[in-house]
Design a protein around this ligand. Structure first.
Ligand SMILES: [Zn+2]
Length: 232
């Protein structure tokens, strides 16, 4: 970067300082994308080394997941909900990338995720992705891949249907709907591979269950990682 561009950038950052996307405070020079209090006060789960943790238990009796974890506990109306909201609806793509990197760094420390071959994001319906400009789960997955040095299997799964509303259906009807929404593509050979399925926030686990069921059809080993988890 030339001296002129650098000075210009410094000038711009004086006018428009970088803000913490969680609390809105101005970021200090050494703060990367979250301010220090928001980073340290994040309700972390730190359960990636525990095979039978509360995220894994969500899938017991539903689908075989090798390991499952989430980075933080997601609560409504918290500043961390703001983070996810900005990532999903306000075009803050870098939140996904940076948090994905943080998640990847954490997984690197755990022996359970050492033999991963690839990262598969939960897909978004192409129409929705076109409107949003990106699939937030894929951006998170990119960050994870960057930290872990493994490959991204971008369109390994595809979302085929979009329902108007799931709210009026009962649990079984909702599950029948979700199950048929995801399909495996022939883009990658995943047989015998250990793949990490990545999502933004796990709520009921139904999306992960549907996606993992598809991956298991190809005899792969499936683990799961999300930024947030709620309701556990
Ligand atoms: Zn903050």
């Amino acid at each position: 970067m030339t001296q002129v561009t650098k000075s210009f950038q410094n000038f711009i950052s004086l006018l428009y300082p970088d803000l913490c996307p969680a609390c809105g405070n101005t970021l200090l020079k050494n703060e990367l994308f979250l301010c220090t209090p928001c980073l340290f006060e994040m309700p972390r789960l730190r359960n990636h080394e525990d095979k039978d943790n509360e995220v894994s238990r969500l899938f017991w009796g539903r689908v075989y997941i090798h390991n499952a974890t989430a980075y933080f506990y997601y609560t409504k109306k918290s500043r961390y909900q703001k983070l996810i909201h900005k990532l999903k609806y306000q075009g803050y793509k870098n939140i996904g990338l940076e948090m994905g990197k943080m998640l990847g760094k954490e997984l690197l420390q755990s022996p359970s995720y050492k033999d991963l071959d690839a990262v598969v994001p939960v897909p978004m319906h192409p129409k929705k992705e076109k409107i949003r400009g990106y699939n937030q789960s894929e951006v998170i997955a990119q960050g994870v891949c960057e930290s872990m040095g493994i490959e991204l299997y971008g369109k390994c799964l595809e979302r085929v249907e979009m329902h108007d509303s799931q709210t009026k259906k009962n649990r079984t009807e909702r599950w029948e709907g979700i199950k048929s929404d995801y399909r495996i593509t022939d883009k990658y050979e995943i047989k015998g591979k250990h793949v990490l399925l990545v999502d933004d926030v796990i709520t009921t686990g139904a999306t992960i269950e549907a996606c993992a069921s598809q991956l298991l059809l190809r005899e792969s080993k499936v683990s799961v990682a999300a930024l947030g988890v709620t309701g556990i």
